[in-house]
Ligand binder design. Structure first.
Ligand SMILES: O=P(O)(O)OC[C@@H](O)[C@@H](O)c1c[nH]c2ccccc12
Length: 263
């Protein structure tokens, strides 16, 4: 199957293979060991939801393959502080370079600038990247179910849980939701955007929220632009959201975050 995700994954495997030759496992383990303990990612979302608000994962995203450059004056530590001051529960920081113009340093700088738990938003294809994520300070990683077979998914999850990190498991249809539930993590995100062709459809969330088991933290991701979008999702029982582009496009990121979360 030839699609955008497949292409990204092929490139990512090449990138990881090269990185592995540059960075020894012992160096990485020492760096991970020297990090401060993971900040509770899922717990931060749940705390906001339990307090009656929305749990927001605010994304630090400079560009995307579908939209090109999103933010000109891109400043990860400043955005991290704005998101925190605006009431976000967590951060997501894109580290993929070729498709999202991200960088590992953005994650390091964003996490150092605030107290929020941080997700390393990248395409995980190898447990090695999980250790690398922890060495950078990441508190959580993303598993894209469409990108991995069951064995690889379980291996990557085990690496993250073993390091005390949370795992956001991303799905976009019922079959993927079934596979996600074979994992241990109960933090499930539905991507409204299909990574194979970048089409956005909120119906993906509406279809799948009812299939999430009791006790699961359910996150709606992508294409959310304003308070009304979140309220429409909340009417279907969704309390947690991942928002990037619409916040990154605002001059005043803190005010935009506050407006999104204000009741
Ligand atoms: O910028 P948006 O439309 O608010 O979307 C954010 C986030 O959901 C999106 O960046 C995303 C969701 N899953 C991903 C996987 C890889 C890269 C990016 C993503």
């Amino acid at each position: 199957m030839s699609n955008r995700l497949t292409q990204i994954l092929v490139d990512k495997r090449v990138h990881v293979a090269a990185r592995k030759t540059q960075l020894s496992l012992s160096t990485l383990e020492a760096q991970a060991g020297g990090q401060t303990r993971p900040r509770g990612f899922r717990a931060a979302l749940e705390a906001k939801a339990k307090a009656g608000g929305y749990g927001l994962i605010a994304e630090i995203k400079r560009a995307s393959p579908s939209k090109g450059l999103i933010r000109a004056n891109f400043d990860p530590p400043a955005h991290a502080r704005s998101y925190e001051a605006g009431g976000a529960a967590c951060l997501s920081v894109l580290t993929d370079m070729p498709y999202f113009q991200g960088a590992d340093e953005f994650l390091v700088a964003a996490r150092a600038a605030c107290a929020l738990p941080c997700l390393r938003k990248d395409f995980m294809v190898d447990p090695w990247q999980v250790l690398e994520a922890r060495a950078l300070g990441a508190d959580a990683i993303l598993i894209i179910v469409a990108a991995l077979d069951d064995g690889a998914m379980a291996e990557i999850e085990a690496a993250a849980l073993g390091l005390g990190m949370d795992v956001l498991v991303e799905v976009h249809d019922a079959a993927e939701m079934e596979r996600a539930l074979s994992l241990r993590s109960r933090l499930i995100g539905v991507n409204n955007r299909d990574l194979r062709d970048f089409s956005v459809d909120f119906a993906r969330t509406y279809d799948l929220v009812g299939r999430a088991p009791e006790g699961c933290t359910f996150v709606a991701e992508s294409g959310l632009t304003n308070r009304a979008d979140l309220d429409a999702m909340a009417a279907h029982g969704v309390r947690c959201f991942l928002v990037g582009e619409s916040l990154m496009r605002q001059a005043d990121v803190e005010a935009a975050t506050r407006a999104l979360l204000a009741a």
